[in-house]
Write a protein that binds this ligand. Structure first.
Ligand code: C2O
Ligand code: CU
Ligand code: CU
Length: 508
């Protein structure tokens, strides 16, 4: 009997120790998963501004740019060389800029030792010029897409889109801005001196493993790779001296998986001017703007003479359950960019009351609806197949797409070629930050959104555009589908031939 008691005591003690150990491990995992760089370090590096890409105008009036995709090394920290990729340099790329109505051609040379590609995110253009997985550029190859810019002024961007390897190519540094201008915007009194009172802000999260950029996804990170610090335009701990009262920030979330909620520590209101595809109808005062991967926002912030103010990313309460918030980045916070105001600021013109009229459809002329169920395993239960066209739409028509996420984790939804209007979020009118032209929307778990899209062509039944989750790990895993635009009564001629591309190119 005594012996039996002793066994029980020992067993009990062992179980208690085990439970404590599991508890401690869990507490450690839970606490460790919460990433914050707030107040950690002095922001003492001057923010790099991507150069404006030089261009020349050919005889037929086409504006021609040259982009060279290349491997190189970047010193994010002095004396520490990190292997990276870039356009016309070792990391990121120059800012392309063109006007509405202009013909543009971009001559791309891929000098990398693997196939890649360049997609024009947010651009309305023929499917053959889109730079999706059907237009790969082989190692050493060249590609010169051309099109006519026919959409409002906006902050767009470009990045590779190789099938199954987009995350890796973007994370290594292949991304840049493509700014569009138009007459209407040129006449508005907005901050518009590039690099002075109109700053590009390309935000990425990174993690270093020695000198190397790490890309490993944490065990419980269902969204993909999450870094432990951020950089802007490739600058760690960046600051920027500013000399004007009003500063326009063109925010691009170029991270592969992380969603941010930008604002300022004193909760000052700033004005939201533009979303992905251009200006809102009027500036909207906000204290936070949330951007999931691929989304852009243009904001204007008022500076006080002599102050230093941090652009910060705050924890997000619409990120799903406590588990998702903790392990997939929703609880995280980052100091992103310090703005240092001069002692004497140049006065800025006040922002206009009205910015213009939206060109996005309001859905009233929609000819049909479609339904998209977002799951990590695929959209509408199907994983991406380059040989399968999922949807066929008619040129010149408007449709309403209903997008739903009940997958227990955050996703977003991006559609190539169009700028759409968000009609409804869970049956209600969208919040002000979702009322401008959009090509990418954050769709948290438990959300249903209705979008109005108009497809203005040109028709090309043999070449698909993509729609997908822009959390690039999900996209690469197959959370993507294809649509073609056809003339009335036409049919898709198939995903057509599947180019010899970097299908499941090597991963790290
Ligand atoms: Cu920014 Cu299909 O991509
Ligand atoms: Cu895109
Ligand atoms: Cu996703």
């Amino acid at each position: 009997m005594a012996r039996f008691k002793r066994i029980l005591v020992v067993l009990g003690a062992t179980l208690t120790v085990l439970a404590l150990a599991v508890g401690a491990l869990f507490t450690w995992l839970w606490t460790d998963a919460d990433v914050s760089t707030v107040g950690d370090a002095r922001f003492d590096r001057e923010l790099a501004i991507p150069p404006l890409a030089p261009s020349r105008v050919a005889e037929d009036g086409t504006r021609v740019f040259d982009l060279r995709m290349q491997a190189g090394e970047t010193e994010f920290e002095p004396g520490r060389k990190t292997p990276t990729w870039g356009f016309n340099g070792s990391y990121l790329g120059p800012t392309l800029r063109a006007e509405r109505g202009e013909k543009v051609r971009v001559r791309i040379h891929n000098t990398l030792d693997e196939a890649s590609g360049v997609h024009w995110h947010g651009m309305h253009l023929p499917a053959r010029m889109d730079g999706g997985p059907h237009q790969p550029i082989p190692a050493g190859g060249r590609w010169s897409p051309q099109w006519t810019v026919d959409q409002p002024a906006a902050t767009l961007w470009y990045h590779p889109h190789p099938h199954g390897a987009t995350e890796q190519h973007v994370r290594r540094g292949l991304a840049g801005l493509f700014l569009l201008d138009d007459d209407r915007t040129a006449r508005l009194p907005l901050p518009k001196r590039y690099g002075v009172d109109d700053l590009p802000v390309i935000v990425q999260d990174v993690r270093f493993d020695g000198a190397r950029l790490d890309g490993d996804r944490g065990l419980m990170q269902s969204v993909g790779f999450l870094g432990d610090r951020t950089m802007v335009n490739g600058t760690l701990r960046p600051y920027r001296q500013v000399g004007d009262e009003l500063i326009r920030l063109r925010l691009l979330n170029a991270s592969t998986a992380r969603t941010y909620s930008f604002g300022f520590p004193d909760d000052r209101a700033f004005s939201l001017l533009a979303t992905d595809g251009g200006l809102l109808e009027r500036p909207v005062p906000l204290e936070r703007v949330q951007l999931s991967p691929g989304e852009r926002a243009e904001i204007v912030v008022r500076m006080r003479a002599g102050e230093r103010v941090m652009l910060r990313s705050f924890p997000q309460d619409n990120y799903g359950g406590a588990w998702q918030r903790r392990f997939s980045g929703g609880d995280d916070s980052f100091d992103v960019l310090e703005l240092r105001a001069a002692r004497h600021l140049r006065p800025s013109a006040g922002l206009p009351q009205s910015l213009g009229v939206l060109e996005t459809p309001d859905g009233s002329d929609a000819v049909r609806g479609r339904y998209f169920d977002l799951k990590r395993s695929g959209i509408n239960g199907r994983s991406m197949d380059m040989g399968r066209v999922d949807e066929t739409v008619t040129r010149g028509t408007t449709e309403v797409w209903t997008v739903r996420n009940s997958n227990g984790m955050p996703h977003n939804f991006h559609v190539h070629d169009v700028q759409f209007r968000v009609l409804e979020v869970d049956g209600e009118a969208p919040p002000p930050a979702l009322r401008g032209p959009k090509d990418t929307v954050f769709v948290p778990h438990g959300t249903v959104m209705k979008l109005a899209l108009r497809f203005t062509g040109p028709a090309d039944p043999g070449t698909p555009y993509m729609y997908h989750c822009h959390l690039l790990y999900h996209e690469d895993e197959g959370m993507m589908g294809q649509f073609v635009v056809v003339e009335k009564g036409g049919a898709a001629t198939g995903g057509g031939h599947i180019p010899a591309g970097p299908r499941h190119a090597h991963r790290h």
